[in-house]
Design a protein around this ligand. Structure first.
Ligand code: HEC
Ligand code: HEC
Ligand code: HEC
Ligand code: HEC
Length: 453
């Protein structure tokens, strides 16, 4: 009898207290985490990097991760376009705080909306910092996206090993930080219209690398022999904090291999020749381009130069798939929804592509609620054809060239160049960030053909 009475009391106690325990252990994530922390909960990167983690600090300082809030183009898009738009349009009001859930997570968690301008040098400028990443313990829900990480700042710093001793903090092993899902909490984004406007982790998951256990960290935080801190042990495989991506031309170069060949070896003026270009994605673990797909373009430019130096630009052959018009450079206007933030309802838009007409563009167009092409991912209500190059995918393009009657006899040299741009030039120029339109050559190849007399 006494025994079962004790059991009853125990059960009763569990029954009364367990919901409380459950509630206090549940940390808010995603939109609900806004304002649930203070800046003081997080250590500054200088604290981590000045005397202990000097290498990681120097690497991080030179990566976009430390500039996600301060980088000029981010400042312009947030303060000139997103904030004014959010204040006018109920549907996208959430982005005023939400952009910083990923770009300045400790400001978001501290409820600092909008944070001071980068020139004010506030703690928002820390962007995605050491202590933010190393105190994430998991994510809420089934799919990582829209900053649904769980942030539990404190003296325990989570890392991949859980070994080592620090005079400044405790160290615990986290399996989560070593997964692609961790990266996905910020590298997957759904717009207020329910559209996947960033899907790098989802693309990776359905591609070949995830199946082989090659994760984001393997390509963006490569491992080498060394120390993880000035007072730590030496390891053969220390994770480097490079986070190199679109802003590292060396990472972009060679991403796609190119081969070009004609269908015949010699031809006469007036004949028709077909050139085929084969493009193989040998380097990315996701599609190319990925991430800020609304901004990025990759285009293939093919020109022929005859023996006298006359240059002919070859437009790509149409394939006839739906939405193809968005993948062939033209001089139509787009991006009219920039007018919302600018208070100019009659804003006629900007040139859509800014690259040679007729070139093939590898991209996925984003559309605003009115069906116009947009580069404002938060105002994206639908997506167009996905004509990007998937991981280890090969695409082919053909070019039909009707040789002019007056083409010079001798060797005709045909050159295929694949270029990449982080932001289409007309938009970059209009918004005062021309440096974002820098052209980075991904690859090139040439072939020749003999033109007979
Ligand atoms: C097999 C190697 C590999 C893997 C795995 C990989 N990446 Fe990449 N990633 C690259 C290369 C190469 C580039 C440069 C070309 C480009 O921009 O796509 C790149 C570019 C990027 C960029 C910049 C894209 C842009 O246009 O701004 C981001 C962001 C990125 N990767 C994040 C991730 C994340 C997150 C994961 C895991 C879900 C991941 N990567 C997995 C190789 C990889
Ligand atoms: C974007 C998130 C992120 C940021 C920012 C970041 N780290 Fe890391 N760090 C990681 C991940 C992820 C790993 C482990 C990779 C794995 O296991 O796949 C790691 C590993 C480490 C390790 C252990 C390395 C090893 O191989 O033992 C240390 C120490 C560390 N980070 C310190 C820092 C410091 C210091 C900073 C700031 C200068 C910093 N991190 C910034 C994500 C981050
Ligand atoms: C708290 C959100 C957050 C997390 C978590 C995060 N990132 Fe990022 N990452 C960003 C933001 C924001 C940028 C964009 C910086 C910019 O260009 O403004 C970025 C940029 C990058 C870039 C550079 C792209 C370029 O254009 O050069 C790479 C590569 C990258 N992240 C990889 C990773 C990997 C790998 C992980 C997981 C280990 C990860 N990120 C985790 C928010 C995050
Ligand atoms: C779910 C996380 C997330 C949210 C929310 C988010 N971003 Fe980003 N943003 C990123 C990541 C990750 C990258 C880097 C992707 C890449 O390198 O292609 C990025 C890239 C960018 C870039 C391009 C940076 C460059 O150098 O090319 C700009 C500008 C930007 N974001 C602005 C915004 C604005 C403005 C908002 C709010 C309307 C916003 N972001 C909301 C995660 C996010």
């Amino acid at each position: 009898m006494r025994q079962s009475g004790n059991h009853f009391l125990l059960l009763l106690t569990l029954f009364i207290f367990s919901p409380l325990v459950f509630l206090s252990a549940q940390v808010k994530a995603g939109e609900d985490a806004l304002g649930t922390r203070s800046y003081d909960d997080y250590d500054k990167p200088e604290f981590c990097g000045t005397s202990c983690h000097t290498d990681f600090y120097q690497q991080w300082k030179r990566a976009m991760m430390s500039q996600a809030y301060t980088h000029k183009w981010d400042e312009v898009e947030y303060f000139k376009l997103a904030v004014p738009h959010a204040e006018k349009d109920e549907k996208v009001a959430g982005v005023k705080a939400g952009c910083n859930g990923c770009h300045a997570p400790i400001s978001f968690l501290a409820g600092d909306v909008p944070p001071p301008l980068p020139s004010m040098n506030s703690r928002a400028n820390e962007s995605v910092s050491c202590d933010f990443c190393h105190t994430v313990t998991g994510f809420q829900g089934d799919i990582p996206y829209n900053f649904n990480y769980i942030s539990e700042p404190g003296n325990v710093k989570y890392g991949p090993r859980g070994t080592g001793k620090s005079p400044e903090h405790e160290i615990a092993k986290s399996d989560f930080i070593s997964t692609a899902e961790f990266c996905g909490t910020c590298h997957n984004e759904m717009s207020p219209y329910g559209v996947w406007v960033k899907a790098t982790q989802l693309e990776w998951k359905e591609g070949p690398y995830s199946k082989q256990g090659v994760k984001c960290q393997n390509c963006h935080m490569t491992q080498t022999e060394g120390y993880s801190s000035s007072m730590g042990n030496k390891y053969p495989d220390v994770w480097q904090h490079l986070f190199h991506g679109a802003h590292d031309p060396g990472k972009i170069r060679g991403t796609i291999e190119l081969r070009i060949y004609p269908d015949i070896d010699e031809a006469e003026p007036g004949e028709t020749v077909k050139f085929t270009v084969v493009l193989f994605n040998q380097k990315t673990g996701h599609k190319f381009p990925t991430g800020s797909v609304e901004d990025r373009i990759v285009w293939l430019d093919v020109t022929a130069t005859d023996a006298e130096g006359n240059v002919y630009h070859l437009p790509v052959d149409k394939k006839g798939f739906e939405g193809e018009e968005y993948t062939i450079a033209s001089d139509v206007l787009a991006y009219q929804d920039i007018g919302i933030a600018l208070d100019d309802p009659n804003f006629k838009g900007l040139q859509r592509d800014g690259v040679p007409l007729g070139d093939r563009i590898f991209r996925m167009p984003y559309f605003d609620p009115q069906g116009r092409m947009t580069m404002q991912q938060w105002n994206t209500a639908s997506l167009g054809v996905d004509y990007r190059i998937g991981p280890r995918e090969t695409k082919t393009e053909t070019y039909t060239f009707d040789l002019p009657d007056d083409i010079a006899p001798g060797t005709l040299t045909v050159k295929a160049v694949l270029n990449y741009q982080k932001l289409v030039k007309p938009v970059a120029d209009f918004l005062g960030v021309p440096e974002e339109a820098e052209i980075i050559e991904v690859n090139r190849q040439t072939t020749t053909l003999e033109i007979l007399e």
